[in-house]
Design a protein around this ligand. Structure first.
Ligand code: NAP
Ligand code: MG
Length: 406
């Protein structure tokens, strides 16, 4: 049988530990037997980032800018333990942060629903998507420990004319810590546009929340930019589509979301989105049951699994013990990337392959065959069976084969 041809180049970014093991299985068993792809490969294994002084991460982000669409495996963000474990030169920066800084943009996360996995919040009937601003704030901060009494200031020096502007952060009388964060109007405007566009595209309400009562300049700026963008470019379109835009304080949003029925895009600042997306994913079943895509305002797309490298499972795998790690987020990173590539290239057969791959994966879970994380939360059924990492992917491969034409 002829393989389905993916017309344009896909940027593939490999990663670490258990997700690297699953990544290869997904490629070998679900993709390569059916697709002919032109891949530009970047190896972000922690040892290769170390060997290249992290240049490979920058190269990978630039490759996405050249080709438009990429797919990324989870990667270790090294801390001191990892420096020891892998003998690294230093605690390299989070690759996700590096890539997001280069591409800018918004990360959209949407739960993957299966009929037999019910959300832990009983009112949630529909998916809650998260739109996470992927630029600035603490992810590109400057921070400092203070060891002695003294004055900490925030200073802005205009590039052209005018004297520096300064404000006191704190008169320290003893040791402490300080942090400087930033954002730009341009990035917030892009964030707002991406969120309004996503809501309209999915025909769902948009909620946006910040801590604007406390942060009356920083967070309030986000609120004001969203409001202006809405009034100027989206109000009519939203009204016509019968959807709404709603701004509220983040505490209020957190309380309301628990009582909502879902079917919302919840837009959040970088850190809020980081935390809330894990909470939402886990409430819908598992960290592996959520899709994640970085949408850049310049028209680049990076698909990824939102969870980490599943370190504990990897150590079991290294000891030749059986693992039951869930590859759904990795599979959906690939299907999302392939669908987008197919849409951009106008290759219907690629889009349809992505649909089939997703349906085959969900129906495998609905048949009762699932990994350990899902067995804990699935509806009780005598057909339920916990399978190994590999057996799960094999079952999807069989299901996929049945769905493909020819
Ligand atoms: P993690 O890899 O997300 O795993 C945390 C726990 O969640 C696992 O121990 C496992 O629980 C469960 N889990 C996550 N993904 C799963 C899957 N696919 N299937 C089954 N269970 C899953 O987070 P972590 O252990 O805190 O971080 C490990 C490494 O990942 C760190 O080095 C961190 O820097 C990195 N990280 C990378 C990314 C990224 O690149 N996108 C994101 C976050 C973290 P049980 O052990 O209870 O089974
Ligand atoms: Mg997170």
């Amino acid at each position: 049988m002829d393989k389905i041809k993916v017309k344009s180049t896909i940027v593939e970014i490999d990663g670490d530990e258990m997700t690297r093991i699953m990544w290869k299985m997904v490629k070998d068993k679900l993709l390569l037997p059916h697709l002919s792809m032109n891949i530009e490969y970047y190896d972000l294994h922690i040892k290769n980032r170390d060997a290249t002084d992290d240049q490979v991460t920058i190269d990978a982000a630039r490759a996405i800018m050249r080709h438009g669409v990429g797919v990324k495996c989870a990667t270790i963000t090294p801390n001191e333990d990892r420096v020891q474990e892998y003998g690294l030169k230093k605690t390299w920066k989070s690759p996700n942060a590096t890539i997001r800084e280069i591409l800018d943009g918004t990360v959209f996360r949407t739960p993957i629903l299966a009929k037999n996995i019910r959300p832990s919040v009983s009112t949630w009937q529909k998916p809650i998507s998260i739109g996470r601003h992927a630029y600035g704030d603490i992810y590109s901060n400057t921070e400092m420990r203070i060891f002695c009494p003294g004055k900490a200031e925030i200073i802005f020096t205009p590039a052209e004319t005018g004297p520096p502007v300064r404000q006191t952060i704190k008169e320290f009388t003893g040791p402490g810590i300080i942090q400087g964060i930033h954002n730009t109007d341009e990035s917030i405007e892009n964030f707002a546009q991406a969120c309004f566009a996503f809501s309209l595209d999915q025909n769902i309400d948009l909620w946006f929340s910040t801590k604007d009562t406390i942060s009356q300049t920083y967070d309030a700026r986000f609120r004001d930019i969203f409001f202006a963008e809405y009034e100027k470019n989206w109000k009519e379109k939203f009204t016509r589509a019968g959807i709404s835009y709603f701004f509220t304080l983040i505490d209020d949003a957190a309380a309301r979301i628990i009582k909502s029925e879902g079917g919302i895009l919840w837009a959040l600042k970088n850190y809020d989105g980081d935390v809330m997306s894990d909470m939402i994913a886990s409430a819908y079943g598992s960290l592996a049951m959520i899709t994640s895509v970085l949408v850049s305002p310049h028209g680049y797309f990076e698909y990824e699994a939102a969870h980490g490298t599943v370190q504990k499972h990897y150590y079991k795998h290294l000891k030749d013990e059986e693992t039951s790690s869930n590859s759904m987020a990795i599979i959906f990173a690939w299907s999302g990337c392939l669908r987008k590539r197919g849409e951009l290239d106008a290759t219907r057969e690629v889009v349809s392959f992505a649909d089939n791959l997703e349906e085959a994966s969900i129906s495998t879970i609905e048949s009762g065959m699932m990994t350990g994380d899902l067995l804990l939360v699935a509806d009780k059924n005598p057909n339920n069976k916990k399978v190994t990492t590999e057996a799960f992917i094999d079952a999807i491969a069989q299901n996929l084969q049945k769905r493909l034409p020819g």
